[in-house]
Every structure is written in C-alpha cells, then in structure tokens.
Design a protein around this ligand. Sequence first.
Ligand code: ZN
Length: 137
Amino acid sequence: MTRKVKLTPYMAREILIRPLGRFRVSVPKLRWSAYYRGFYNPKTQTIWMGRKLRSFNNPDTLLHEFAHHLNVMRGGVPYYHHRFPFVVCLIEVASVQYGNAARYNWDAEYSTVERLARPLLNQRFNLDLTCFDKDTP
Ligand SMILES: [Zn+2]
C-alpha cells in the first residue's frame, strides 16, 4: 500500500532541484489548484498542481509538467502536445530524476505518451538522451 504524502511547495521544489540543475532552464512558477491534476501554462511558465486528487501524492505528475516546461523552453510544440518532442523531454527528466527513466510510472501516463515512450525505454535509450542537452560536454 502506498503511503499518502501530501506534496508541499517545499517538497515540490526539492523534487525539481535535480532537473533544474541538469537542464538549466528558468524556474517555473508553482501554483496549487483545486481543479487540475497537473497543468502547465507556457505563457506564464507556471506549473499548476492538483490539491486534492490522488496524483497529488505522486511526484511524477510534477515531473510531467516540468517536461512541458522544458519542451517549451527549448522552443518546442504547444504545451498540450503529448507526442514528440515532449515525450523525449519527459524521458530525459525521468532519467535525470530516477537515474533510469523506466522507474517513472509510465502506467499512469496518457496512453499516447506511454506508447511513444515504451520502445525508447526498452532500448535503454534513456541514458543516451542526456546527450541532447546543449550543456553536455
Ligand atoms: Zn501534459
């Protein structure tokens, strides 16, 4: 049984420290919502996190929204686009956060995202993807 832990703003920042340090994009604003599970607004660079829903306890929702931020900061497609290159951003974020992107909870993802990500995970492609970042020597 999973222990229910309420995600606080402090914890959210702790979770994002590693991806922010790795990708060196601007720090997104964090807001809490009674309506969204997770939502990213590219115009205001704001991540909205659900206050009441079950995924509120799951840091992967925050990582998903951060991947939208990363995608937009790289000049990517609109935030609601759950295909490439967003999926690559999410794999990179999960790889940085967990050491292995396969540890991300892909079962809870949108089916489109999971379907596109699985073949890359199976090829152990996630570690190589870190080379996509411009700051990598
Ligand atoms: Zn999304």
